[in-house]
Ligand binder design. Sequence first.
Ligand code: KG4
Ligand code: ZN
Length: 339
Amino acid sequence: MKKEDVVVLAIESSCDETAAAVVVNGREVLSNIIASQIDVHKIYGGVVPEIASRKHIEKINQVIEEALSGAGRTLEDMDAICVTYGPGLVGALLVGVGTAKALAYAAGKPLVGVHHIEGHICANYIANPELEPPFLCLVASGGHSHLVIVRDYGEYEILGRTRDDAAGEAFDKVARAIGLGYPGGPAIDRLSKEGDPDAIEFPRASIEGAPYDFSFSGVKSAVLNYINGCKMKQIDYRTADIAASFQKAVVDVLTDHTMLAARDYGIRTISIAGGVACNGALRESMSRACDDRGYRFYMPTPLLCTDNAAMIGAAGYYEYRKGVRHGLDLNAVPNLKLG
Ligand code: KG4
Ligand code: ZN
């Protein structure tokens, strides 16, 4: 540990994971504690905001204590407290923001509010020490699907976004339609391995005049129509084939749009981020497409793709280095924009 090292405590509570981490210089993770609420929300088939907020309140102090003790540090040792302040569920965000403000005030430490999507992107810095901007990042999660150029640390240019459902949302909705539980992404990923991805031709949507935007509501409706059609005609259908064919349609679009943007903008370093970046088929497809074109390809480990606080510590570090400091009037911003 050098004197100039910057150590931050990071807190994330934007959805259904209560998480805290200790990160050094934005790249080295000393601890990364995640208390997942999935088992509770599973019963309802999706995240129930009110329950999420209450569970965050129950867990947050314990998760922070574990993060500090796991790192062998105290609050006193921290150079800053970083916290996700949007986008996300307002009640859930407020638990993290309120706690971070209390800690920053009590310990007299700087407070740095972090954008959740910026966190997802910065997960790539942890897994790949040599990665530096500029690069192109595909962010695909339960709430967002963005194509972003990372111009510099903390400097983003959004090229495209989803017009309707996020990629992860489409996975979750299709999973529900074929009788798989919440969250649907991992379940579809698993079931797809037993199915034929070419069994059913589901649509791959492009938006005229906006080649880097996404739309996933069409493919979701096509899956629902396919199932209803089979039921009406009393034809048997294989859920594994539906899962694999749906997954391929989504992965094709995500890969194609990313490759198109890379070519058009002359960017040869590509990365992926967000919960959907755990998807085996997407990781393979992007890695192959980049290999074919001689692009460098980076992806976080699956644990760093889904919501966690280490990624907030990485993003928070670069914000801190830029001089970003928030006051104790920091509020949760559920629809916070990036860039
Ligand atoms: O990034 P994340 O943890 O939370 C948000 O910020 O939204 O992403 C969660 C989303 C869920 O929709 C989940 O179904 C999806 O990521 N997901 C996956 C996989 N693992 C998680 N989607 C496809 N394949 C996976 N293996
Ligand atoms: Zn997320």
